[in-house]
Design a protein around this ligand. Structure first.
Ligand code: MG
Ligand code: ZN
Length: 225
């Protein structure tokens, strides 16, 4: 299967909400769970998706929507897993919006999917402002970025359903204060789930996989309802 590359202009915020709702209706019709993964560049989104495909693709039907300003480097990497991938390039843009995701959905075999993983553009600011129609928002932060991120980028962490803290394998070399970091998040978002993981060694990822599988079950329930 070839990677499809879409180049789409940004949508305006008001129209975005409407389109996001229609995306979600469409996903629910097919019992598909969609997760929106957001982080700064280099936090490990693609590695997380790589590990997720590796572990879950035998039991779940997964597709990936890749958002990038330019290039299809990440899509090429993930393509090795043989799952459907849509690359969205946004020249001059810095986030995905619902219109772009709608275009991607038009190009995916929705009847044959359980899960769509959306890799948003690496940016801790405006991706949080644009609802894509996803069911769950995942924020990935990495320990080398520092423990102050929740204090500096509150919206991103306020809206998260789960926060993954990546690069746990580097912790011995860093001054990362995990309790300060977690405190910054729970002040904004008391019910959020925070998982410390290493996408390199796989440490902690089992919790992420079981969380994702549980959300997929809910997706099937939504379809049945
Ligand atoms: Mg990436
Ligand atoms: Zn933006």
């Amino acid at each position: 299967m070839k990677i499809k590359v879409l180049t789409i202009k940004e949508d305006i915020l008001g129209a975005n909400e409407k389109k996001a709702r229609s995306n979600q209706d469409r996903l629910d019709e097919h019992g598909i769970l969609a997760v929106n993964i957001m982080s700064s560049p280099g936090a490990g989104k693609t590695s997380l998706i790589w590990q997720t495909l590796d572990r879950l693709k035998s039991e779940s039907r997964i597709a990936v929507i890749e958002g990038d300003v330019a290039s299809q480097v990440d899509a090429d990497k993930l393509h090795q897993h043989g799952v459907p991938i849509i690359q969205i390039n946004i020249p001059g843009g810095c986030h995905l919006d619902a219109n772009m995701v709608e275009n991607a959905l038009d190009n995916l075999p929705l009847k044959e999917l359980d899960l769509i993983i959306i890799e948003n553009v690496g940016n801790l600011v405006c991706p949080a402002e644009f609802d894509l129609g996803e069911h769950k928002r995942v924020v990935l932060s990495s320990m080398p970025e520092g423990d102050d991120k929740p204090y500096k980028y509150p919206l991103m962490f306020t809206e998260a359903d789960v926060v993954l803290v990546n690069k746990l394998d580097l912790l011995p070399h860093l001054d990362f204060n995990a309790s300060y970091f977690c405190e910054g998040i729970t002040r904004l978002n008391p019910t959020v789930k925070i998982l410390q993981v290493s996408c390199k060694t796989g440490e902690g990822l089992e919790q992420w996989f079981s969380w994702l599988l549980a959300q997929m079950k809910d997706g099937k329930a939504r379809q049945a309802a």
